[in-house]
Design a protein around this ligand. Structure first.
Ligand code: PEP
Ligand code: MN
Length: 353
């Protein structure tokens, strides 16, 4: 069985969808020829947002993948969204399964898949759910663990959002980081294709994942990306993908150097000290807010005075450059402080009423 946890970064690549036998085999051949790929991916059943678009070739694609595997010697992975898909994939000896983002959100579907996998020894990747909910992601993993799946990996593919942004899905890196904190034993790879939605951005997100200590990548690759039947804008040719991979610098989680450890410890000492100072200042600030609450109460004045909040934000805008802190970051911090201040004042105002 293919072991998902390994020393080197795990690289999975392949088309968003298997479209024809020729396209599947040719993509697999050219990916294998790059020598940079550990596993081939392809969607057979495609969960599409809108009806009337290409929804995958279905079971016959499994036969093409089986051929691709035999020809290249590389293991193959497909997405499953139901127990029926699992049965079909197992029949064709597919090596690895993954659960897609639209399925992870649904505990009924995940349980249906888990039930079909009881007693089966196959690696399974679980993509994050569409929405940034770590509980749901962890719950899906636990459903698989409960039926005895021991070889589980995680895929971070970003989260859907409303409104325009440069990426198709918001990476919200703190979510996979929290998932990793909760389940550190599970390898986690990144899907820069579905995060970005555009091939031009795939490299930068891949590098970010490498910087964050991810264990590998799953990248969409197609022999003629612009003609792909799904996700055309985000796919790379096998050769362009290999070139992209060559630019990625993978970092070590730790290094056995006394000098490095000493420097790190010294800097972390400074951070601890500064954090303590920050907290003490915050505590003093909240006491002042409470005093303001008291005088507002005595004078029967509302807590929220919009003009004052506007003034604070303006001041911060001016200071952000000077302090070398982004406006966005300062804005978020001040907003959190402001909310807490209002809560404190609220408490003071209603005390004893
Ligand atoms: C896919 O990998 O082709 C796919 C449908 O991805 P996701 O579930 O992340 O949208
Ligand atoms: Mn896709």
């Amino acid at each position: 069985m293919f072991e998902l946890k390994r020393e080197k970064p795990l690289i999975i690549a392949g088309p968003c969808s298997a479209e024809t036998r020729e396209q599947t085999l040719e993509t697999a051949r050219r990916l294998a020829a790059t020598g940079r790929v550990d596993m081939i991916r392809a969607g057979i059943w495609k969960p599409r947002t809108r009806p009337g678009t290409f929804e995958g070739v279905g079971v016959r694609g499994l036969a093409w993948l089986d051929e691709a595997r035999k020809e290249t010697g590389l293991p193959v992975a497909v997405e499953v969204a139901s127990s029926k898909h699992v049965e079909n994939a197992l029949e064709f000896g597919i090596d690895v399964l993954w659960i897609g983002a639209r399925t992870t959100v649904n505990p009924f579907s995940v349980q249906d898949i888990a039930d079909a996998l009881r007693g089966v020894d196959i690696p399974v990747f679980v993509k994050n759910p569409m929405n940034p909910d770590v509980e749901l992601w962890q719950g899906a993993v636990q459903r698989l663990q409960a039926v005895g799946i021991g070889n589980i990996g995680l895929i971070h593919r970003g989260f859907s959002t409303f409104g325009a942004s440069s990426y198709r899905n918001n990476p919200m890196w703190h979510i996979p980081i929290e998932m990793h904190r909760r389940m550190p034993e599970l390898p986690m790879i990144c899907d820069p294709s579905h995060i970005t939605g555009k091939r031009a951005y795939v490299a930068e997100v891949s590098q970010r994942a490498a910087d964050m200590g991810f264990d590998g990548l799953i990248v969409e690759s197609h022999i003629t990306p612009d003609e792909a039947w799904s996700d055309a804008a985000q796919q790379l040719t096998p050769e362009n993908m290999a070139e992209m991979l060559d630019t990625i610098r993978w970092r070590r989680e730790n290094v056995d150097s006394a000098e490095f450890k000493q420097a790190l410890e010294q800097l972390r000492g400074q951070i601890d000290h500064l954090d303590a100072e920050l907290l003490a200042v915050l505590s003093r600030r909240m006491s002042v807010a409470e005093k303001i609450g008291m005088i507002k109460k005595e004078n029967n004045v509302t807590i929220l005075q919009t003009s004052r909040w506007g003034e604070i934000l303006e001041k911060v805008k001016r200071q952000s450059q000077l302090l070398n802190l982004s406006e966005e970051f300062l804005g978020k911090i001040l907003e959190a402080i402001h909310v807490e201040s209002i809560n404190r004042q609220n408490r003071v105002m209603n005390d004893g009423i």
